[in-house]
Design a protein. Structure first.
Length: 149
């Protein structure tokens, strides 16, 4: 799996909550050693409601279903960020995310983010700004539809 596929997926996603940090391929290559690649199989949860693992994912290929209390509430396409809330807060995940097709996701764990912040501070700031924008859009949308508690 090459980082170019991830960059292409991020650039192509046309969604309100798309990741807005437009790092170059070379900048993503600098961040790649801190990221992990996960090959997704349909039905194997990427994350489960209630878990507290401080890790977020960017879907590079495939589709993900988001469910709350067993009800599917969204389908996510390549380029989408997922898990950012728990990544920053350490609070339990609010949803289960399961691949509906084979795919690939790149992840960043909190411990690796700390190391990345020390070695690549400018890139870490760009990434955090992009993730903050995702959180802001999702929080606003949740408030508008009444899913914010």
């Amino acid at each position: 799996m090459k980082v170019e596929q991830l960059v292409e997926a991020i650039a192509k996603l046309d969604a309100k909550d798309a990741l807005q940090c437009r790092l170059t391929v070379d900048e993503w290559k600098s961040l790649a050693p801190y990221l992990s690649v996960r090959f997704l199989r349909p039905g194997d949860p990427l994350m489960e409601e209630g878990d507290c693992e401080r890790e977020f994912f960017i879907l590079a290929d495939g589709e993900l279903e988001v469910s709350v209390a067993g009800n599917v509430i969204a389908t996510l396409m390549p380029g989408t960020v997922v898990g950012e809330g728990t990544f920053f807060s350490g609070q339990p995940r609010s949803a289960t995310v399961t691949p509906s097709t084979p795919g690939v996701a790149w992840s960043l764990h909190w411990d690796k983010f700390d190391a990345m912040s020390d070695k690549q501070p400018k890139l870490a700031i760009h990434l955090v700004k992009g993730l903050a924008a995702v959180l802001a859009v999702r929080m606003r949308e949740a408030l508008l539809v009444g899913h914010f508690a």
